[in-house]
Design a protein around this ligand. Structure first.
Ligand code: ARG
Length: 568
């Protein structure tokens, strides 16, 4: 039990109407430490007792009296203030951290439950755009957080590898696919395939028959035409090779790449089921599900030429996932522009009679705008993620060359820091908030940035390397009652709620903000309280604190998907 819970427990013992949860909600951390470490406002009870909040606070404080683990409990105006016994506090938190090690922030809320986290999901033969970057990084972090909470997670990349655009590509290739083009595609697949696609779309304007040809080829693909299938798998394969290079740079792994094409043979069963459940209506030859009575636009399930659509494949995917994994939650990390799609899709699943429709969650995010030219690449207005990462690494190499030219393993560290900086920046804000990407802000070693946290972590590693003594939890905890140490310990106590918050709200940024503030507290401590001192008792206690910060910073960064270099 942490101290906040202890406060709630003490409070509920004297205010028996109050539930533990309500008490926890009520507890505040006062702005300054001479007002105590925790405070409970009594406005809520004034009505009940028909007395002023200050009188109620006095009476409650008297009723509580003195309690073990707290130096004092007293009232201050309408608040009851709790002053923690700092030595006890230090001992309790640091011993717990020492025992739990890297599990210090975890819980077992996920025990026995399977959660699907679908993220990234780029489209074959098209560039990764900034929305895919966001999905990739937010999703990867959510996957890690859920794993840490004890869930069995399945990371799925729902590749956009099916649909009419493949009809266009096949048709385009058949028209213009010279040996030179084949060679160019092998060498640099995405931009070359994109060129074919763009050209096809342009030429449709003057050759309207191209539209039908593209439809024809997609239909052939769905019908299992060998030539169409062969071309399609080649496009898929070369694109995937490219995507995997980027995933490797981020150290991201998926458990499944079952994308849209995976469900192509599951379409007839879905259509039959919708038909049986009387959900399909004819509309000019197409089949739709009417949704207007739910405030949504109708969803087209099958086109008049018999081909299926994005939403149909998503229905098939959801039912397949439920059958295969019996998920507790099925999470889709996809940008806000697809909200209508997911609302329609969920309603359809609901109408099919599946109550798990509401265990499917669309985790949306806002857009990133680019500081002038920040992410523009040689390829024009489309962002190629790999170029962004390369640029981050390049710029970080320059910074390291200035700061620490003799660093061993410079290249590897520049990679870890450059990429880590991009991840940190991506996960720094509330995900729904739009933000502006800036190189200077992302790569700075000062301020609220990835390099700052990594650098602080490396500092703790260096202190621990130089320590020259064993670190255990057998220390004099009264050494750690000064303001700086206490502030860190209090931060450490909050790790679990930061992780839980990220879990509950699908918001990695609680952890991002948490680790940067822990790093700030540690640096304050580092400047005020020399660690590697003569006095063995002082040294041992401060090293234990350093070690705990080290473990928590590392875990926090890992949960975001960042690497944690030990020297930089
Ligand atoms: N491939 C889609 C896109 O790039 C995202 C897929 C999202 N996932 C899903 N199950 N619909 O826009």
């Amino acid at each position: 039990m942490d101290f906040k819970e202890k406060v709630a427990e003490i409070f509920t013992a004297v205010e028996s109407d109050l539930s533990m949860d309500d008490a926890l909600q009520l507890i505040e951390i006062p702005p300054s430490q001479d007002m105590g470490d925790y405070a409970v406002p009594c406005f809520k009870f004034a009505k009940k007792y028909r007395k002023s909040p200050a009188v109620v606070a006095t009476e409650i404080a008297e009723k509580i009296g003195s309690v073990d683990l707290f130096e004092k409990i007293e009232c201050n105006g309408p608040y009851v203030n709790f002053f923690v016994d700092k030595k006890h506090f230090a001992e309790r938190i640091l011993k717990q951290a020492y025992i739990e090690k890297e599990n210090f922030g975890s819980t077992d809320v996920g025990q026995g439950k399977t959660v699907i986290v679908e993220f990234s999901s780029p489209n074959i033969a098209k560039p990764f755009h900034i929305g895919h970057i966001r999905s990739t990084l937010i999703g990867n972090s959510i996957n890690k957080i859920y794993k840490y909470m004890g869930y069995n997670t399945v990371a799925i990349n729902h590749l956009g590898d099916y649909g009419t655009q493949f009809g266009m590509l096949i048709s385009a290739y058949k028209k213009w696919g010279t040996p030179e083009i084949v060679e160019a595609i092998e060498k640099d697949p995405i931009p070359e395939l994109l060129k074919l696609y763009v050209r096809y779309n342009q030429e449709i304007e003057t050759h309207p028959e191209y539209r039908d040809e593209a439809r024809y080829w997609f239909k052939e693909l769905e019908n299992g035409n060998e030539e169409a299938q062969k071309l399609w798998s080649w496009f898929r394969e070369v694109s995937l090779k490219e995507f995997n290079r980027v995933y490797d740079m981020f150290g991201i792994k998926f458990d499944s790449y079952a994308g849209e094409s995976f469900y192509s043979d599951k379409m007839p069963a879905i259509l039959d089921e919708l038909e049986d459940k009387c959900l399909l209506k004819d509309s000019e030859g197409a089949k739709i599900v009417e949704l207007s009575e739910y405030g949504l636009t109708d969803a087209v399930i099958q086109k008049s030429d018999g081909s299926t659509l994005y939403v149909t494949r998503d229905i098939a995917a959801a039912t397949y996932r439920k059958r295969t994994y019996d998920f507790y939650k099925n999470i889709y990390v996809v940008g806000a522009p697809q909200k209508l799609h997911f609302d329609q899709w969920r309603k359809i699943i609901d109408l099919m009679g599946y109550d798990w429709a509401y265990d499917c969650v669309h985790i949306m995010f806002g857009t990133v705008s680019l500081e002038d030219g920040a992410l523009a690449t040689r390829k024009g207005r489309v962002v190629f993620l790999e170029d962004v990462l390369k640029k981050a690494i390049e710029k970080t190499t320059e910074i390291i060359n200035e700061r620490n030219p003799n660093l061993e393993n410079k290249e590897e560290v520049a990679k870890q820091v450059g990429i880590g900086a991009v991840i940190f920046q991506e996960l720094f804000n509330n995900r729904i908030k739009d933000y502006m990407f800036s190189w200077d802000k992302t790569l700075s070693f000062e301020g609220e940035t990835g390099p700052y946290v990594q650098y602080t972590y490396a500092r703790t590693c260096s202190l621990l390397r130089k320590a020259g003594t064993d670190i255990d939890d057998n220390v004099d905890y009264s050494v750690l009652t000064d303001k700086e140490s206490f502030n860190i310990i209090r931060k450490l106590e909050g790790f679990k709620s930061a992780v839980l918050g990220s879990h509950d709200k699908y918001e990695p940024f609680f952890i991002t903000r948490y680790i940067v503030s822990l790093a700030q507290e540690f640096n304050r401590f580092y400047h005020e309280c020399p660690i590697l001192v003569e006095d063995e008792e002082v040294k041992k206690a401060r090293l234990l604190l350093t070690k705990t910060v080290n473990t928590v910073l590392k875990k926090g960064m890992e949960l975001l998907g960042m690497e944690t270099p030990e020297k930089m």
